[in-house]
Design a protein around this ligand. Structure first.
Ligand code: GLN
Length: 484
């Protein structure tokens, strides 16, 4: 397999992942075969992933059986795609990073994205670590294993799709899918130096994604290039009768305008995303990336998203509220872990949940149950919904004047593993630049824009975030391509 080295990003690891686009050419030319690609990846996993911990499991045999029938004429023909471990693939484990599902759960069906990937010729390969039920920004909340940042193994890969980002960054995956409820695709992409796209709410079916917060969750790709993100989105986007929140809007050709550049486009720079608390290294890299877009002909427009300061508070009411409801299905009866020797049915529920869930998941369930409880509902949940509307309106107003918004993805590069232990609020606050897009339902992408030093670490990747209006993925990708 020929390789593409990710330039200045490489230090400890070789970062040799071929892009989907390059691999397609290589497959078409007969230089390699889908089976060889899979075997190469599987051979890398024991050595490379022993240090990174991105993979929870993989089934080479099952993938090879699919590879034997791969149709190379399809858009993703023969391309292996890794999956965050909250996306169902028939017969495979789907642990959600939780002890609850790790013991004995096997998916009874394919998620729609998996069905669509297969229809485009891709081969689902590998289950990737994540924060338990996608709650977190570091992958430290996985109950199953630690995942390390390939650029500095003492640091987090970000999260919650940490395995999806770290596998692509360390060359053990070509491309992966993650899920993003408040930043979980974009932030790990930024921390690991790969591309991560959260589509608009309703663009990609959530059927078969284990729900965290149903009004915020979206599945999207993590890839080495913007073009690859477009290729994967093309395959997974579209209406699905099994997900009534997926919209019946035609899927445009995401590759058609990819190289059209940014000349004449207006890019908004929100003052609220460049205030106190942002690391100087991150700020300077993002500002430089914006200047480069200006040099390519984009008009840079200062804008305001005035309700940004309330986003974290609103999100950490709405997301736990929905989670507390979604996770009530894990009761020890139907899915996963069941306590042994319960005294009665209530004891069975209580002990199964007590034993099966980790502390962050319990914290969210308690929070969510509280904000939904009678007497507090209006003060917390009702209020948060009003803030959500204001945030959505901020974006609607902004997009009347600009084509896209550019900002940092996260206030700092990847922190050290363990640095926020015992203080979850620190991590919650670091979601400030990604959460609003989920509350508003708009698409966002993280594109690597360089590396900087931070907290004793050197050459840590940083991403620039580009946000677009609802269903504006085509132009978003066009700006992302120019920023790449
Ligand atoms: N960090 C956020 C949280 O913990 C977002 C997680 C996500 O997008 N899945 O809720």
């Amino acid at each position: 397999m020929t390789s593409r080295t990710q330039g200045e990003l490489s230090n400890e690891y070789e970062f040799q992942t071929m892009s989907i686009a390059a691999l397609r050419k290589s497959l078409a030319a007969g230089e390699t075969t889908p089976a060889r690609v899979l075997e190469d990846l599987a051979a890398k996993i024991p050595e490379t992933d022993a240090h990174i911990g991105a993979y929870l499991s993989h089934d080479l045999e099952a993938a090879l059986a699919e590879a034997a029938a791969a149709d190379l004429s399809l858009p993703l023909g023969g391309i292996p795609i890794g999956l965050k471990d909250n996306i169902n693939v028939l017969g495979q484990p789907c642990t959600c990073g939780s002890k609850f599902l790790a013991e004995n759960y096997k998916s009874p069906y394919d998620a729609t994205v998996v069905r669509k990937l297969r229809a485009a010729g891709a081969i689902p390969f590998g289950r990737l670590n994540q924060d338990e039920f996608a709650m977190g920004s570091s992958t430290e909340n996985s109950a199953l294993q630690v995942t390390r940042n390939p650029h500095d193994p003492e640091r987090i890969p970000g999260g919650s799709s940490g395995g999806s980002a770290a596998s692509v960054a360390s060359g053990t995956a070509i491309a992966t899918l993650g899920s993003d409820t408040g930043g979980s695709i974009r932030q790990p992409a930024s921390h690991c130096g790969v591309v991560g796209l959260k589509p608009s709410y309703g663009r990609v079916s959530r059927y078969g994604l284990v729900a965290f917060a149903s009004s915020l969750d979206q599945i999207g790709p993590l890839t080495t290039t913007v073009e690859d993100a477009a290729l994967v989105l093309q395959a997974i986007a579209g209406h699905d009768p099994n997900d009534t929140t997926s919209l019946d809007v035609p899927v445009p050709d995401y590759l058609a305008g990819l190289h059209d550049g940014v000349a004449g486009l207006k890019l908004g720079v929100p003052s609220e995303y460049f205030g106190d608390g942002i690391d100087p290294g991150v700020r300077s890299l993002v500002e430089t990336a914006i200047q480069k877009l200006a040099a390519q002909g984009a008009e840079i427009v200062p804008i305001s998203l005035p309700h940004t300061q309330y986003a974290v508070a609103a999100y950490y009411v709405i997301a736990p509220a929905e989670a507390s409801s979604n996770l009530s299905r894990f009761d020890g009866i139907r899915y996963g872990h069941r306590t042994s020797n319960p005294s009665d049915i209530l004891d069975l529920y209580r002990k199964s949940r007590e034993e099966g869930f980790g502390s962050e998941v319990k914290r969210r369930i308690i929070l969510g149950t509280y904000v939904l409880s009678s007497g507090y509902y209006e003060a917390y949940y009702g209020h948060a919904q009003k803030v959500r509307t204001l945030i959505r309106k901020d974006f609607e107003t902004a997009f009347q004047n600009v084509d896209a918004i550019v900002s940092p993805v996260a206030p700092t590069p990847a922190r050290k593993i363990g640095a926020c232990e015992g203080d979850p609020l620190l991590d919650y606050l670091s979601d400030i630049f990604t959460i609003s897009a989920n509350l508003a339902g708009i698409p966002g992408i993280s594109v690597p824009c360089g590396t900087c030093d931070f907290d004793g670490g050197s050459k840590l990747p940083v991403g620039i975030q580009i946000l677009g209006p609802h269903f504006g993925e085509a132009k978003l990708l066009q700006v992302a391509k120019a920023a790449e």
